[in-house]
Design a protein around this ligand. Structure first.
Ligand code: GMT
Length: 374
């Protein structure tokens, strides 16, 4: 198939899923055309089946905000037409689904039928999408897609609850490449970070409020009162400065390291003992899956799609959002040397269920069905 993939080419989340999906599809012989405003982060190599089309966003003094959606729709029209695509797959509804709708209508006038698949990722539904300033367009463009997928059962439920949707939504969970995300021999890292063999806790995110990084630091502070421990924080974002101030206030700077936007996160995960994801909302939790693949147990909140990934008492624990004492107690339980090996083993076993080889055929079948029905 010739497939156009539209996504945000950013760190984490939907952009990573879209890029990894494109890479995996191209490895199976499909021709993949990425359409976005900059080169996706994980697309830094040559492959004969992978193409990148940059959206030109022309500015003009009259525009306070350049109309990205129009530039994107125009680029989609040209790529579909000249590359003779079979299908457009847009990741994250805003504004990709409505731009795809516009492109589809323009192409229809030119006698070209292009099926559009929209994948809902999370905040496009749970935070931004349901805001009245976007909701009518989001509802419309989901309903006008030829096929819709959501990354968890919970996200599907939320979508049906908050939007008037009359098209079936298929759940296709996110996936992981277990050839890349696996425990590597990085003992020298562990010795450098934890010279006294302290337990190593890790959190990775985009440091937005919804991730509750403050809870990560507060749980770590309590854990460290009981056992020797270190914390690595990977990623960057709006909450970073505030979190650095909190570390100073708590006097924990010695034991916490902010690593910023690290590309090879699997190297850090390879030496971690516990991964924390105390998010307020999380439609899936790809970062937690990456941790599990590296044999790291999870301490997470019990929201959104996380319970579909983290099995309470087996791969880690699910806790109430913001309940620091519950999280501390559960973290200490997992980190106990009697319990840790079992949790690590279960985490890896669970991650194997989300390997790309198991999930990719579901996308291929969904594309085939969508093309057939459109
Ligand atoms: O919130 C983020 O981290 C970014 C966001 C995105 O769409 O880029 O992530 C969402 O999509 C990811 C990939 O499907 C999911 O793993 C995340 O759980 C989801 N984030 C939220 O729901 C908050």
């Amino acid at each position: 198939m010739k497939i156009g993939i539209v996504c945000y080419p950013t760190f984490g989340g939907s952009g990573v899923v879209a890029t990894e999906l494109g890479k995996a599809l191209s490895a199976k012989g499909h021709e993949i055309h990425f359409i976005t405003y900059s080169q996706p982060t994980r697309l830094d190599f040559f492959s004969e089946n992978l193409f990148y089309h940059e959206v030109d966003i022309k500015s003009y003094p009259l525009f306070e905000h350049a109309p990205y959606e129009l530039a994107l729709a125009s680029k989609m029209v040209n790529v579909v037409r000249y590359e003779e695509l079979d299908l457009l797959h847009v990741h994250y509804a805003i504004p990709h689904a409505s731009a795809a709708y516009m492109a589809k209508q323009i192409l229809k006038k030119q006698g070209i039928n292009i099926p559009v698949v929209t994948t809902l990722h999370g905040t496009d539904i749970t935070l931004v999408g349901k805001d009245p300033s976007y909701e009518p367009v989001v509802t419309f463009s989901i309903n006008e897609s030829d096929g819709v997928t959501a990354v968890s059962e919970d996200l599907k439920k939320d979508t049906l609850l908050h939007f008037d949707i009359h098209i079936p939504i298929e759940v296709i969970p996110n996936f992981i490449d277990l050839n890349r995300f696996k425990k590597q021999k990085k003992e020298h890292f562990k010795r450098a970070i934890c010279p006294m063999n302290e337990k190593l806790l890790v959190h990775t995110s985009n440091f937005r409020k919804v991730k509750r990084v403050e809870d990560v630091i507060r749980v770590f502070f309590e854990v460290r009162k009981v056992i020797p421990a270190k914390l690595l924080l990977v990623g960057d974002g709006p909450e970073r400065d505030k979190m650095e101030r909190l570390c100073r206030q708590l006097g924990t700077c010695e034991d916490i390291r902010f690593l910023g936007k690290l590309e090879a996160v699997e190297e850090v995960l390879s030496v971690a003992d516990l991964f924390l994801m105390p998010s307020e909302k999380e439609s899936f939790g790809l970062a937690a899956l990456e941790a599990m693949a590296c044999e790291v147990p999870l301490l997470t909140s019990n929201v959104g799609g996380i319970p579909e990934l983290n099995i309470n008492g087996e791969t880690g624990f699910l806790c109430e959002v913001g309940n620091i004492s519950e999280m501390t107690e559960k973290a200490l339980f997992i980190l106990d040397d009697k319990n840790l090996p079992g949790f690590k083993k279960n985490a890896l076993a669970r991650a194997k269920m989300f390997d790309v080889s198991a999930i990719l055929p579901r996308y291929e079948a969904f594309y085939a069905k969508t093309i057939e029905n459109s």
